[in-house]
Design a protein around this ligand. Structure first.
Ligand SMILES: *Cc1c(COP(=O)(O)O)cnc(C)c1O
Length: 437
């Protein structure tokens, strides 16, 4: 069995280890929530300070030109593009993930209506992140489509048929970490004459993504998770060049206009991805995002996303091995820990979720709180109270290879073992529910 000493040795031999120095991680914290809010890069505070005191404070409105504020959404979009298999000029930073999904799904439906007028079906996954489903529900109603949800990925091939207009998937599931095969599903949808919208919220900066290689149609994603852009950082949007100029996106704001400073009363969309920008970019947040994206690009000389993915798999494999052998069925004393993520690393993103077997079904929230009390930060996602057998409460742990090491994983599992073995989670202070879990 792997010992802590083995883990320390693996850290010492890890060529990606120095990347951790880019982050201002508080001492004593093992941060397993980079899939929800990435860690603050050391460069961000100084950069934001510069934007505020110099570019805004001193240079005022001149900075739209002199500090390149106008180009930020495209410049940072191009940097994100390097992580997701997009070519320069194909990606922009704008708005939130929810809004960008609204834009691309709407454009996809317009294309579908023009090319495949008889088709009336949008398909997605019941366990997709709720905002994605809510946006799809709204657009389905507005455009006269039906939204069909599948429960298990095995049901998907049968739904990719002559009725499908748009398949809308999040590549890595926010709960289970299940990873869809982008290449195969995109090819199958195209063969059936349908379009595919990919949400990369849990894939950009977490796994290698190749949008052009997969010939994807539309993609959007979140910047405050693995891209370390900061809370509420602006999101990104990518559109395949073959679609981008066919229709307006529905939020036809002035900065998506071909010539915004001619102030014409009619809308003429800019060519290319620029039309997916709506209004004025939030410059302070966008500048902070660039520092986050740069922490990933710093891995390029060390093997880039492929190297980060290899380490992420090694970290999640170790976590599963230790959680099961020390807290689960393989332990000398079974503490009830069960794996809920795919066991096959090729089908798993950069996160692992666990459940607790009876009689601990309801203890998940308190166990996560007790871990946080010890400096091991993960999160809790409630299951479906009517179907806890199929959708259990989960303890969710994200693994960010930029700043996590193997000894961190060992220590995290040891804390989990102690919290369960001593029933520390029973303390009242760990059982008070806060608004954000
Ligand atoms: C995190 C996440 C979002 C977040 O959307 P916001 O508009 O930033 O609130 C959307 N979709 C998925 C799949 C996510 O994981």
């Amino acid at each position: 069995m792997t010992t802590r000493q083995d883990c320390v040795a693996r850290d010492q031999a890890d060529p990606l280890r120095p990347l951790k120095e880019q982050f201002a991680l508080p001492p004593g914290v093992i941060y397993l929530d980079g899939n929800s809010l990435g860690v603050l890069p050391k460069a961000t505070a100084a950069r934001v300070q510069q934007v505020i005191t110099q570019e805004w404070g001193q240079d005022l409105i001149k900075s739209w030109n002199s500090a390149g504020w106008m180009e930020l959404p495209r410049r940072i979009g191009d940097k994100i593009g390097r992580l997701i298999g997009a070519r320069p000029g194909e990606t922009v930073v704008a708005d939130s993930t929810s809004l960008n999904l609204y834009k691309v799904l709407s454009a996809a439906l317009r294309i579908a209506r023009a090319d495949q007028p008889a088709r009336r079906l949008i398909v997605s996954e019941r366990s997709n992140f709720p905002t994605d489903l809510y946006i799809a529900e709204s657009l389905a109603e507005q455009h006269g489509y039906s939204l069909k949800l599948f429960d298990h990925v095995d049901e998907l091939p049968a739904l990719i048929n002559g009725e499908l207009a748009v398949l809308m998937l999040t590549q890595v599931n926010y709960r289970s970490g299940h990873l869809h095969d982008m290449q195969a599903l995109t090819a199958a949808a195209h063969k059936a004459g349908a379009l595919v919208v990919w949400d990369l919220a849990h894939s950009a900066g977490a796994i290698p993504v190749d949008l052009n290689g997969a010939d994807a149609d539309f993609a959007i994603g979140c910047s405050y998770k693995y891209l370390n852009g900061g809370p509420g950082a602006p999101a990104f949007v990518w559109v395949n060049p073959r679609h981008v100029d066919r229709f307006w996106q529905p939020l036809s704001g002035w900065l998506g206009h071909a010539a915004p400073f001619q102030f014409t009363p009619d809308y003429q969309p800019a060519p290319g991805i620029q039309r997916y920008i709506c209004g004025t970019p939030a410059i302070i947040g966008t500048a902070a995002l660039e520092c986050g994206v740069d922490t990933l690009l710093a891995a390029e000389p060390l093997g880039g996303m492929q190297a980060l993915r290899a380490k992420s798999i090694a970290l999640t494999e170790l976590f599963i091995e230790l959680a099961e052998s020390r807290c689960g069925l393989k332990a000398s004393r079974d503490l009830g820990v069960r794996l809920e993520s795919p066991r096959d690393a090729a089908r798993r993103g950069s996160q692992v979720c666990l459940s607790l077997a009876a009689p601990l079904h309801e203890a998940g929230y308190a166990v996560v709180q007790a871990l946080i009390g010890r400096g091991v930060i993960g999160d809790f996602r409630a299951g479906d109270p009517e179907r806890l057998d199929r959708v259990p409460h989960i303890l969710r742990f994200g693994f960010t290879p930029l700043y996590l090491g193997f000894a961190d994983v060992w220590d995290a599992v040891e804390h989990l073992r102690e919290v369960l073995a001593t029933e520390e989670w029973q303390e009242a202070r760990f059982n008070q529910k806060a608004a954000v879990t």
